[in-house]
Design a protein around this ligand. Structure first.
Ligand code: ADP
Length: 167
């Protein structure tokens, strides 16, 4: 069965789901954007947990505990930097979503919240990014029951609503 997909406005650090996804960088370091917010809210133990993992690659995902977050797990997924669209960006973004759900299922999560990976500092155009997010999560592993796309602004929510309305 496909997971139930929904989109809402919010701050992902407040989401009481089993796993939230971080729009991470390959070094698994803190930074700005949603990644900085997650590191600030999870607390200092997250830095050590990420350092112990030693980094990951674009399109991949790894899990840590959520520490001080309401979510039990953080899945750190690395989306692509947008370089015009002919450098494997769509495949890498789809991989980041697919691997996030697989890693979430491996740790036993059934509900997962995503930010709009790559659409901020990494510059991926919003509409194609949300279409990939929705299509990839619809085909998610059977263990995942709920996927929530947490949008930080109205424009992002409108893009997800459009993508979710597609058959
Ligand atoms: P990337 O580097 O992958 O582009 P960003 O953090 O720059 O990641 O942006 C990804 C998306 O996350 C953007 O839509 C941004 O507005 C959004 N965002 C930023 N902070 C939060 C937050 N606390 N909760 C949910 N989304 C957030």
């Amino acid at each position: 069965m496909s997971p139930r997909l929904e989109a809402s406005l919010g701050d992902i650090t407040m989401e009481a789901v089993d796993a939230i996804v971080n729009a991470a960088n390959p070094d698994l370091a803190s930074g700005s954007g949603v990644c900085g917010a997650i590191f600030a809210a999870a607390g200092p133990e997250l830095v050590g947990a990420c350092a112990a993992l030693g980094g990951t690659s674009t399109g991949a995902a790894v899990a840590t505990p959520g520490f001080a977050l309401p979510a039990r797990w953080i899945v750190h997924a690395v989306g692509p930097v947008w370089h015009g669209g002919n450098h494997g960006e769509p495949e890498l973004l789809a991989s980041a979503y697919r691997r996030s759900l697989e890693v979430a299922a491996e740790v036993g999560a059934v509900s997962v919240a995503f930010p709009a990976i790559s659409t901020g500092i990494y510059g991926y155009p919003l509409e194609p990014a949300t279409a990939i997010a929705v299509a990839t999560c619809r085909a998610g592993p059977p263990e995942i029951e709920l996927v929530r796309f947490v949008c930080f602004d109205d424009r992002t929510l409108a893009a997800y609503d459009g993508a979710l309305a597609e058959p």
